[in-house]
Design a protein around this ligand. Sequence first.
Ligand SMILES: Nc1ncnc2c1ncn2[C@@H]1O[C@H](COP(=O)(O)OP(=O)(O)OP(=O)(O)O)[C@@H](O)[C@H]1O
Length: 897
Amino acid sequence: MEEEKQKSISPPPCPSTVTVRRNPPRRARATPYTTASKQNQPLSSHDVPTFPIDEILSIQIPQSETKPTVPESLKIFLRIKPLKSLTTKVITTNTAKSRPRNVWPQNPSKKHIAKENRNPEIAKKVKKKEEEAAAACIALNDSYSVTLTPPQALQELKRSKTEVYEGFSHVFPADCSQNDVYDKMVQPLLEDFMKGKSGMLAALGPSGSGKTHTVFGTLKNPGIVPITLRQIFKKSDESSDASVRSFNLSIFEICSERRKGEKAYDLLGSESSELSVQQSTIRGLKEVPIHSLEEAESLIGQAMLKRATATTNSNSQSSRSQCIINIRASCNRFSNETKMQSSDAMLTIVDLAGAEREKRTGNQGERLVESNFINNTSMVFGQCLRSLLEYQKNRKRGLQKHHQNSLLTRYLRDYLEGKKRMALILTVKAGEEDYLDTSYLLRQASPYMKIKFDNTEEPCNKRQLKTFPRAEKNKKIKLSAPKNSQIEDIFHEGRNQIAQEVHLQGKKADPTDRSSPSLEHVAQDKNKREHIIMRNFSKVLWNVLKQYNEKLKVAEGEICTLKDSLRREELKSLGLETELISLKSSCLVESCIPEVEAVVYANEEVSADESSESPVPSKNVNDDVRVRCHLSSQNDAEPRQSVNSEENAGIPSATTHDETVVTESPRDQVKDAVLVPCHLSSQNDAEPRSISSEENVGIPSATTNVETEVTEFPRDQVIQNQDDPTPSPEQVEVSQDCINSRMSNVQTKSAISHRCPDSEKQERNRRLLPAPSRSLTEEMNDLDIKDKPIEKPQVKNGKTRVQKKAESTKVQEIEVPNPARESEPTSTTKQRNGQKPRRRLQPAASVLLTREINTLEIEDDIAEPKGNRGGKKTTVSQPRSQGSVTLLRLLTDNLHL
Ligand SMILES: Nc1ncnc2c1ncn2[C@@H]1O[C@H](COP(=O)(O)OP(=O)(O)OP(=O)(O)O)[C@@H](O)[C@H]1O
C-alpha cells in the first residue's frame, strides 16, 4: 500500500526517449526577381532575357567517390652548415696530410700539428676541443630537433634566450654528406615523381648558408639535382618500361634589374633569353630533353655558368637570383594530347637567393638593389606560407593572395596554396655571429611544419612549360584592368577546378596503373573537362550579361527622365505660345478699333403696297423694330450674351415720339445725334451683348416705330432727306462701325441705292473699297431694302405689338468688318427743319438709353480704356489712327461717288 501511495504521489517517470522538436528549415522569401521569372511574365524588348544559369548549374557532374586521404604535413628539413673554423681546420688537416713528408716543419706549432697528424687520437681530441671552442649557436638534439643558443652577449642583455626547435622531418648535421640529404629528403619525392606525381623542393636560408651547395653541389660533391638526375636515369635503366618515359630539363632564373622589376631568363636558352611570364605561365622557356646523365650534367653546368652570381661579404659566389630547375617526366606511349592528363609529372627544385642583411653583406648600389629584391622575394614566399597556414586553420577567412606580389610565388602558386606536394630544406650557419639569421629563419619557418597539403596528384600544368613564339610575348602581357583581372581570376580558378576535377576523375577510373590509362577513360575525361569548361564559361558570360543588364536599366531610367523633362518643356513652350498669342491679340486690340456690328432690324408686317399708299404707317404696321447690335471683335472669344428686352421695360412711351436722324455727316457733327436705339458694345467690353428681339418687350409701340434716317450724305442731302415727310417704316439696318463714335458708320441701304445702280455700285466698291468695306457693301446690297423708299419711321402713339411679333422677327445682321474704324466720321443729327438740334427734356428711359449708348463709347475716341465704359463721355477728341482715316476716306469717297 505504501508503495502505491508513493507511486501516486511521485511524478510520472521520465520517458526513455526525448523528442527534440526543431523548427522546420526556413526558406528565403521569394524575391520579385524570382517571382517574376516564375510567372513567366512577358518581357519587354528592353529586358534582358534571363540566362539559364539554373539549368546549367543544375546539371550534375558525376563525381567520383574519392577515398578520404589523410592530409600530409609539409616536410621541413634542416641542414646545418659546418662551421668555418672547423671547415678550415679540416681543410688544413687535409692539406697537412697531403703535405709531402720531405718538407720540414717551419715552426714548433707546425711540429705539433705534425705530431697530431701522426697520431689520430690526438687529432680527434684537438678537433673536439676546437669545435667546442668555436662558439656554435645551434646544437643538434636529435634527428628532428635543434637547440638554438644566443651568444653570450645577447644572453647577458636578456634579449634572447635558448630555444628548442623541433618537429623537423630531419635535421642534417654539419658533417652530413650530400647523399644523406638526398636519401632522406629527395628520395621520397623522386619515387612519387617517377610514379607520376609532381613535387617541389625549395632551399631556404640566409646568404652563404649552403643552399646552392645543397642544390647543385660541386663536381666532387654533387648536390641533390645531379644526384636526382643520376637516380632518374638509374631507375629508368632498371625499369622495364623506361622506354615509354622521357625527361625534359628546363632551368630559368628570376632576378631583378634596376628600374625594370623582375625578369625571368632562360638558363638553357641562348644568350639573351628573356622570358615572358603571365600569371603562372612561363612563355618561351626552353625545355631540353635529356636522354642520359651526361647530357643532364652538361646542361646543369651550363646553367650554373649563366646564373647571376656576385661576391659579397657573406659569400664569394653569392647567388643573385632565384633559380628554378624543372625535370618533367612524360610518357611516350600516347599522343601528345594524352600526355598531360595521364603521365606527365614535374619535379621542381628551387634554389632561392638567400636573405641578406645589409650589415653583413655590405652591399651597395646594384648589389643592394639585388639584395632588396632577394629579401622581398623571401618575404613574399614566407607570407604565402603563413597565409596558407592561417587559411588552413580558419578557412572562413579565405586565402590571401600574397602570391601575386612576386613572380616566383606566382609561378609556384599551386604549391604555395597547398595543392601540390612540396618540401623545404632550411640551411643555417651554426656560428655565433649567424645567430640572428638562424634564429629568424627558424622562427619564421618552424610553423610551416603544420601546413597540410593534399597529397592528391594532379597532372602537371603543362601551360607552365609551354613555349610560345617570341613575337607573341608582348601581345599577351596582361593588362591590369579591374574587370579583366576579375574575369581572369574566374578563369584561373575555373582552370584549377577543372584540373582538379579531371584529376579526380582520372584517379577514380584508374587509381593503380596511371602509366597505362585506357582510351575510354581519356575520352571520358575529355568530355567532362569540356563540360566543366563550358559551365565556367557560362558563369563568366552570365556575370558579364548581368553587368550589361544593370547598365541597360540605368540607361532606361535616364531615357525616362529625359522624356519627362522633354514633355515638361513642351508644355512650357505651349504655355508660352499661348501667352504670346494673347499678348499679340491684346496688342492688336489696343491698336485697333473693335469691329462693330450693329444691326437694326425693323421688321414690318406692313406690306409694300400699304406703305406706299399710306406714308403714315398705320397702327397695324408691324412696328416691331428689333435692334440688334453686335459689336464683335475678331479676338472676342467670349460668348455673346443676350440681353432681354425686359431691360427696357418701363421705358415711357414718350420716347416713342422721337424722331431720330442718324447721319454720317462731316466729322465734327457727331455727338449729339446719337439717338439710335441700339446697343453697341465695344470690343473692350468684357461682355459683348446682343440685344434680341425681346429687348423691346414692354416698350411702347412708339419706340418701335423709330423714325430714323441714316445718311452719310453731305449736309445738303441730309437736309433734303430731312425734308422728306414720309418716313420709311422699312427695316433699317444700321451697320455701325464703331471706332470713335461707334455709331457714325451707319449706312442705309436705301441711301446707297439712291446714288447709283447696283451694278455700278458693286463695281465701284470692288475697285475702291478695301476688302472689309467691300464685304460690308456687298452685304448691304444683299439686304432687301434697296428698292424700297426710305421711310422714316413714323411715330405713332398706338400700341405696339412687339411682344406678339417677337418670335416671328427675322433677324438680320450686317457685319462691318473693319479693323480700322476708329476715326469714323462723326455723325451729326439734326432736326428735319435744319435748325439746330433742339434739346428736349428727355424722359428717364431716354436718359438711360443715351447713357447706354454712351457706354458703348461711340464718341470720337480711339481706344478708350475700360474704366471709361461706365458712360462718361469723353470730351477730349483723340487722334484717329491711320487705318481709320483711310477707311473713312474710302467710305466717304465711295458714298460720294
Ligand atoms: N655543407 C657544406 N659543406 C661544405 N661546404 C659548404 C657547405 N655548405 C656551404 N658550403 C660552402 O659555403 C659556401 C657558400 O655556400 P653557398 O654558395 O651554397 O651558399 P648560399 O646559401 O647559396 O649563398 P647565397 O644565398 O649567397 O647564394 C660555398 O663555398 C660552399 O661550398
